[in-house]
Design a protein around this ligand. Structure first.
Ligand code: NAP
Length: 865
């Protein structure tokens, strides 16, 4: 190994790009930037390359992504020339690989080892970063890149008396270079995350006694290490380029086929088989992908979690120890699961003991050992496998002062805010590699590193070509990305765990989900879109002038986006080009493929008398003892599609959330029965329900009318008719993305008229089938044109990406102006159809909760009070 860079080398006065870190990110950055003709210097505190693999030398340290995938892909020849000896290579082998890379591309001359950047200050006048090193050298750079890793800032043991102990102390994240010999010693290991779980079996082999101090048991899966998997090697041999490209566009940075099997709906034998198959693979992606909903749905997750617990109980002989090793306080996968080699079996050895800190917490570390609430123990050595101040720690530990005099630490006091995890407002020309709010730790890091480095390198090349020298994200773009990150995390089970993903492992750290969970593929698409559209959301400056294509790159809710992608992939013709029968068949098939919604107390079907014959209805009753308030509900479907059964999941959800009996009534549909047939039916139904409230199990006088889309139109119209007819008494109206006007010229039609399921053309098609042009302005077709004073209190729900949004908002405003109490619920990032997709679009749940709470406060308040 030729270590040509050293701390004795001088620091240049100025470079184009300064880099912090000489791990996977830093090395590739030097390679790419040099290739583009930028002058570059990197700094690393270590005395050689390797980053995390330089420091984490504890026994058993290995990667947890198969090494066939955990390797650079930028140079096919490098790939051909390097052979991994194991499925999961050891730390020395990975370090040797990185050293080989440094030698091969002669990267070391551009690295200053044994050197930390202690401070960085942005100079707005010179448009450069001013850096200070740990040797008190100063230098300037145009661009400053933190390639400092996500798990490189070890947490100092936050245990009373930690500094007092006089025996040997080891931190897994800063392991000595010389071999540590535990033979014949009494050893303590504190911490059972990935590092603890990897080193415990090896330390147990040497130590005379090993005591493991466990605060939270962790899920772990046998790594089944051995030779690199032959199937992967075969795929690589056949089409290396194709394999790597598939990894770049995969969800986690490894090309695996995602499953469409749901844990909730799969039969028990299928569940078991899928789990057992995944258990045999010995890969995180297999066990994290047993079901498509295990990261989202607690029921599905618990199936996997319990099957892992069964394995733990089967492998650990002492039932009490086995039980203590079973994780129960977080859903599986919400803390990083571990891959192990004989971890649980280690506790069957007579000299290994588990101390469950939930039962007997550590009171203090003493000069000789550890005192728990139950006993004092003496040790020759203590190993702290207590983890890292992850993701933000390495960034805020450097004193970085931005354009407005604020430090990064100050700016992020309540949690990180970034744009694409790449940059942060107020810190021009500062880039982060695998920063917070990028996929990073939730992906195959090497794939994410290459993507980030390539994006940054392309960006710098572009700035140079366009005679620009300053780049900074706008507040709007950054706020949008932060919101999108939170939206992505909120639909998952991840926020339920006290994990380092949430910053929960460091006392006082803000509890914010740190990595981006929208997938490597989705993330790469977002970065690409930004670059291809004039660097959306970045303000650019330089000799060539200033420009900014401001905007937010992802505004739609992440699960709504998935639905839209899925629908687009089906390649169906637009509904408005179909005949009515086909459109109805498609709507029915779509409804049938949706989850059924929550359980209710009872569902019954019956008929009620309508003006032109019986009208079918389906009644949803809450499980509690009645009587209950009543909701007369009208389904959506543009007056053409659907029936009293079609919005079943939404009706169940409404029933459960409001505690009301929901009566979903059918009405005559167009084009067979045009306007005003549906109106006549709806009004007749409401009158009948009001008259029969008691026999339906309702509380007389507690009747709301509700509807979605065209059903919302009928609900609004019915309220006007009831007021004009002097009854029945309606105590509230719920209008969900309702049609309130036949004027299709509002801005929301222009903005959202295409691409969001309900299109402007489809809405025209509905109106054409429903009502003659001359009738459409009548208040019984366009309730917005009616007199609104004296109507029942209203809950009006509008969705951001709905062509009907503006007419819904207009109705809410007009109601309020007419003195009607109105609660408006605006569904950010939703489309016309997403709020009724119960359990399929999880982000709709909080909106429906708000809607139900609003409805209850509007019309149930007197009853509840
Ligand atoms: P970790 O997952 O944060 O685990 C730290 C452990 O220390 C936890 O069990 C934690 O308990 C315990 N702990 C922390 N403070 C404690 C205290 N004051 N008293 C008692 N126990 C305490 O850290 P890690 O194991 O170093 O792993 C961090 C991440 O690095 C991993 O999740 C993984 O992404 C990466 N890593 C990967 C590999 C690999 O296989 N390639 C190996 C090592 C690390 P609580 O859970 O109760 O906080």
């Amino acid at each position: 190994m030729a270590r040509s860079g050293s701390e004795s080398q001088s620091v240049p006065a100025e470079v184009d790009v300064a880099v912090v870190g000489a791990g996977f990110s830093g090395l590739y950055l030097i390679y790419r930037l040099r290739e583009l003709g930028f002058s570059v210097v990197a700094f690393d505190e270590a005395d050689d390359v390797g980053g995390t693999w330089y420091w984490n030398r504890y026994p058993g340290a290995r990667c947890d992504i198969p090494t066939t995938d955990y390797a650079y892909s930028f140079d096919p020849q490098l790939e051909q020339d390097w052979t991994w000896s194991e499925k999961y290579a050891t730390q020395p082998e990975i370090l040797a690989y990185l050293s080989h890379v440094a030698d091969r591309y002669d990267l070391r001359p551009d690295i200053r080892f044994g050197t930390r950047i202690t401070a960085a200050v942005w100079d707005e006048v010179g448009r450069k970063w001013q850096l200070r090193t740990s040797h008190d050298d100063e230098m300037r750079c145009r661009y400053y890149v933190m390639a400092s890793g996500c798990l490189s800032h070890p947490k100092t043991p936050d245990i009373e008396g930690a500094g007092r102990y006089r025996g040997e102390v080891y931190l897994t994240g800063m392991w000595p270079h010389d071999r540590v010999d535990f033979s014949g010693k009494k050893v303590a290991v504190v911490g059972t995350g990935s590092s603890g779980i990897q080193c415990i079996p090896l330390i147990a082999r040497e130590a005379a006694e090993l005591t493991v101090f466990q605060r939270t048991p962790n899920f772990s899966v046998p790594a089944r290490n051995g030779a690199p998997p032959p199937d992967r090697l075969a795929q690589l041999a056949e089409d290396r380029g194709g394999y790597r490209e598939a990894a770049r566009w995969s969800r986690g940075g490894i090309p695996v086929e995602p499953t469409d099997v749901s844990g909730v709906t799969a039969p028990a034998d299928v569940r078991r088989q899928r789990f057992e198959d995944a258990w045999q693979v010995g890969e995180l992606y297999a066990i994290l992908g047993v079901f498509n909903d295990q990261g989202l749905n607690p029921v599905s997750n618990e199936f996997v979690a319990e099957m892992i617990r069964e394995k733990i109980r089967a492998n650990v002989s002492d039932p009490e120890t086995a039980d203590a090793l079973c994780p129960k306080d977080h859903p599986f996968g919400t803390k990083r699961p571990c891959l192990d080699s004989g971890y649980f079996e280690t506790f069957n050895l007579p000299h290994v003991r588990l101390v469950d800190l939930r039962r007997t917490p550590i009171v203090a570390i003493t000069e000789t050992g550890i005192d728990t609430a139950a006993e004092s123990m003496a040790f020759d050595a203590i190993v702290f496998a207590t983890g890292f101040d992850a993701m933000t720690g390495p960034l805020v530990s450097v004193d970085i002062t931005g354009a407005n005099g604020l430090t990064l630490k100050e700016k992020w006091a309540d949690g990180p805010a970034t744009y694409l995890g790449l940059m942060t407002t107020g810190f021009p020309n500062l880039f982060m590699i695998t920063g917070p709010q990028s996929p990073s730790v939730l992906s195959n890091m090497v794939v994410s590193i290459e993507q980030h480095v390539d994006w940054v390198a392309d960006c710098l090349r572009r700035l140079r070509a366009e005679d620009l020298d300053r780049i900074e994200p706008t507040p709007l773009a950054e706020a949008g990305w932060v919101q999108h990150n939170q939206d992505c995390a909120d639909i998952t089970l991840y926020p339920r765990a006290n994990s380092w993903y949430m910053g929960a492992n460091v006392p006082g750290k803000p509890r914010v989900f740190l990595p981006y969970i929208g997938g490597v593929d989705g993330y790469r698409r977002a970065c690409q879109e930004v670059a291809e559209n004039g660097l959306i959301g970045f303000r650019l400056d330089g000799p060539a002038g200033a420009r900014c294509n401001d905007g937010v790159v992802r505004r739609i809710q992440p699960d709504v986006a998935i639905v839209l992608d899925m629908m687009a992939s089906l390649g169906l013709p637009p509904m408005e080009t179909m005949n009515v029968a086909d459109a109805r068949a498609l709507a029915e098939a779509t409804a049938a493929s949706m989850p059924p919604g929550p359980a209710v107390g009872e569902i019954t079907d019956a008929v009620l008398p309508g003006p032109a014959g019986d009208l079918s209805y389906r009644l949803y009753r809450p499980p509690s003892t009645g009587p209950h308030p009543l909701i007369a509900y009208f389904h959506g479907g543009g007056w053409v599609l659907g029936s009293h059964q079609s919005d079943g999941a939404f009706c169940r959800d409404l029933c459960v959330r409001t505690g009301a009996v929901v009566v979903s009534v059918n009405y005559r549909h167009a084009p067979e029965d045009r306007f005003p047939a549906a109106v006549d039916d709806a009004f007749a139904a409401v009158r009948w329900i009001a008259a029969n409230a008691a026999s339906l199990g309702g509380i007389p006088g507690q009747l709301a009318v509700a509807g979605w889309s065209a059903g919302g139109n009928l609900a609004a119209v019915t309220c006007q008719l009831a007021r004009d007819a002097g009854g029945p008494a309606i105590s509230g109206q719920l209008l969900l993305t309702a049609v309130t006007d036949s004027d299709l010229r509002r801005s929301s039609y222009a903005e959202n008229g295409e691409g969001f399921v309900l299109t402007a053309d489809l809405m025209r098609w509905f109106w054409e089938h429903y009502a003659d042009e001359a009738d459409r302005a009548h208040p019984t077709a366009s309730p917005l044109r009616g007199t609104l004073a004296g109507l029942p209190p209203a809950v009006v729900v509008t969705a951001e990406f709905d062509p009907l949004r503006d007419e819904g908002d207009a109705y809410a405003e007009a109601l309020a102006a007419a003195g009607v109490p109105v609660r408006q619920v605006r569904a950010r990032g939703h489309i016309h159809t997403s709020l009724t997709m119960v359990d399929a679009v999880i982000s709709g749940a909080p909106v429906r909760a708000q809607m139900a709470e609003a409805l209850n406060s509007v019309w149930l308040a007197p009853v509840r009070a």
